[in-house]
Design a protein around this ligand. Sequence first.
Ligand SMILES: Nc1ncnc2c1ncn2[C@@H]1O[C@H](COP(=O)(O)OP(=O)(O)OP(=O)(O)O)[C@@H](O)[C@H]1O
Length: 326
Amino acid sequence: MTPETNRLITTRDRQINVVFKSTSPEPLAVQEKVDSKDVMQAMEAFSDIYKELDKMIGLDEIKELVFQIYAILQIKQFRSQEGLQVSSNVYHMIFKGNPGTGKTSVARIIGKLFRSMGLLSKGHLIEVERADLVGEYIGHTALKTREMVKKALGGILFIDEAYSLARGGDKDFGKESIDCLVKSMEDHKNDFILILAGYPKEIEDFLKTNPGLPSRFPIQVNFPDYTIDQLIEIAKQMAAEREYVILPEAIHKIKNHLMQEKLLNLNFSNARHIRNLIEKAIRFQAVRLVRRARKLTKQDLINLTHEDFYINGKTEEESYFNLKPS
Ligand SMILES: Nc1ncnc2c1ncn2[C@@H]1O[C@H](COP(=O)(O)OP(=O)(O)OP(=O)(O)O)[C@@H](O)[C@H]1O
């Protein structure tokens, strides 16, 4: 009999009925020879990793996509058991979004999720940029690109600012790298997933100049800029993960700062900006506390007050150096 286990995973906005079986139409490394214990472990892994994704603020499009892929794998198993045709899927993806919108973090989680679903044997992420793929003399580029693909086998090859490969036009070695990647996608069809990431406009222009490319990336995901409310949620979450609490007056100060930043800073780095803000506030809080004469309470150690956010309408860096507490 086929080992099979069901479990309802309750997430923020949906319930997933997880069913893991040992037979699968996909080349499932994890599920190849499973006994009940392995099934149980795979299920736990999927559930834990899915929660990691679900915990991220916003990102509805990618959460929906993961659910679709999960659903299609389940249905394939049932179809295969009923003797129905099962088609194979291509999972190469394009991630379009501004800096700090979660592209790399999501790619890392997708790798682990796909491993738990048996779509990838290792699920690791190899993050590269132009310099890692493009060489300096004839033949060097193919060597470098193939080497990176080899490292990514069983996992994800994530190319940040992928359009930089097309920067120098037809005579540039970047073109050789693209050709080599396309060939690798054919040669290692089910062995790795290629994710091209970058700013939305540049990625779209890149795809237009390479007519053969869009059809090789059937999955395109948008990573929109976070709203102010989402950025505040992210700030609270990042603080909580570090066992800190941002007091309401500080939240108010951050909100005002974010409104200005989003308006004036063309390179605003979304959640990464928030991470830097929190990390600096934690350092400033430490300085504020060690200067205090009285004994510190547990609450003192937890609270981040408005004094710890030296933002004051300037860029973080300027604020940090000019307004360090004296
Ligand atoms: N939705 C989110 N919820 C919580 N934290 C987030 C979220 N999105 C991003 N972060 C955090 O923000 C930081 C930057 O995210 P990440 O590196 O994934 O962005 P990116 O889009 O890949 O940026 P870039 O394009 O500049 O490389 C990381 O610390 C990440 O954990």
